[in-house]
Design a protein around this ligand. Structure first.
Ligand SMILES: NC(=O)C1=CN([C@@H]2O[C@H](COP(=O)(O)OP(=O)(O)OC[C@H]3O[C@@H](n4cnc5c(N)ncnc54)[C@H](OP(=O)(O)O)[C@@H]3O)[C@@H](O)[C@H]2O)C=CC1
Length: 319
């Protein structure tokens, strides 16, 4: 039987987002179709997409089959997608959102996010390097006019809610100071080793919900980054807590985020793991476990934009 996500975060505009969603980065076409079918069967209704994940047409076909077949109603789904990094400018927001809507075979998305706070040139598809393999970034990205274009697609009904991803506090504040529609959500890397309590507190104080990406430490990313990354699932404290509750390490990491009031979007294309990742609603971590997990914070960023090597050198990079 489907586990289903029994927890929602409510945006200030009244829309509700299931707190547990399904990540689709590094879920290639030949895996995502089966995995998304499994995920929908398991009860996932919040699907996190992006054009740079190169799988929106396949995701769209699966969603259409489910909706047309009467297996799920459109309003039961919460579909997120993002303005691609090469489109981070006011003039291209509508174009890129319409392209995603065509690929996803939808009339609207539930949440449209600005993927990154800077612009990279479209050189050769989503892996955005110039002839020398270097990332070239536009030095100024006008977040105020960009956000006005985001507000326009919300006004037009193409996105029910709009938000940001990978923006830092200063950048979010500038949007807040100049907006008509507030960002409903900020999507950032967040897990036991990068808890970002200050940024999360700032968002909550400003009525912005937070979604944690790479909640399991983006296992497998070391191949993309070509460097070692810590294995969160192997942390002895996490393993001990998991054992005590009769749960997996992954379930402890995800439950920790939910109890911090943060939504999260683990990715798995494995049927057993994706079912485990949504089976989070039959136990609770007591305060002592939460404190122990909070104490594991090391300010270690794992994701570090593996798909944009070298990008952290740019002054507009948020971290
Ligand atoms: N806004 C942004 O800039 C970003 C957004 N994201 C979004 O967040 C999602 C999640 O982040 P992501 O970086 O993919 O990393 P996750 O932390 O979700 O980790 C995914 C990896 O963990 C493995 N895994 C999943 N479940 C388990 C489990 N229960 N036990 C052991 N291993 C498991 C998966 O392998 P397997 O599939 O084999 O199970 C996969 O290799 C992305 O898919 C994407 O949608 C991610 C990065 C950046």
């Amino acid at each position: 039987m489907a586990a289903a996500c029994k927890m929602d975060l409510t945006f200030e505009n009244g829309h509700k987002m299931p707190a547990l969603g399904f990540g689709t980065w590094r879920a290639p076409d030949d895996e995502v179709e089966k995995a998304l079918n499994e995920a929908l069967e398991a009860g996932y209704r919040h699907i996190d997409c992006a054009p740079v994940y190169l799988n929106e047409p396949t995701i769209g076909r699966v969603l259409k089959q489910w909706i047309d077949g009467g297996r799920v109603a459109r309003d039961e789904l919460f579909i997120v997608t993002k303005l691609p990094p090469h489109g981070t400018r006011a003039s291209t927001v509508e174009k890129f959102l319409k392209r995603s809507l065509t690929d996803l075979q939808l009339d609207y998305v539930d949440l449209y996010l600005v993927h990154v706070p800077f612009t990279v040139p479209e050189v050769d598809g989503p892996f955005l390097t110039d002839d020398n393999g270097e990332i070239v970034l536009e030095t100024t990205t006008d977040h105020v006019s960009l956000w006005k274009s985001m507000e326009a697609v919300a006004d037009a009904g193409l996105a029910r809610s709009i938000g940001l991803s990978n923006f830092n506090q200063r950048q979010i504040q500038r949007v807040l100071d100049n907006c008509r529609i507030k960002p409903a959500n900020l999507q950032i890397e967040n897990h036991i080793y990068l808890q970002q309590h200050g940024l999360v507190k700032f968002c909550k104080a400003n009525g912005i919900t937070v979604t944690a990406y790479s909640p399991l430490g983006s296992k497998g990313i070391e191949k993309l980054l070509n460097r070692e990354v810590p294995d969160l699932l192997d942390n002895p404290a996490v393993k001990e807590i998991a054992q005590r509750h009769g749960k997996t390490s992954a379930q402890i990491l995800l439950r920790h985020l939910l109890q911090r009031g943060i939504a999260t979007i683990p990715k798995s294309t494995n049927a057993t793991r994706l079912r485990q990742n949504i089976a989070l609603f039959d136990f609770e971590l007591p305060d002592g476990d939460m404190a122990e997990l909070n104490g594991l914070d090391q300010n270690v960023r794992i994701c570090d934009f593996g798909f944009f090597p070298g990008i952290t050198k740019h002054p507009e990079f948020p971290f």
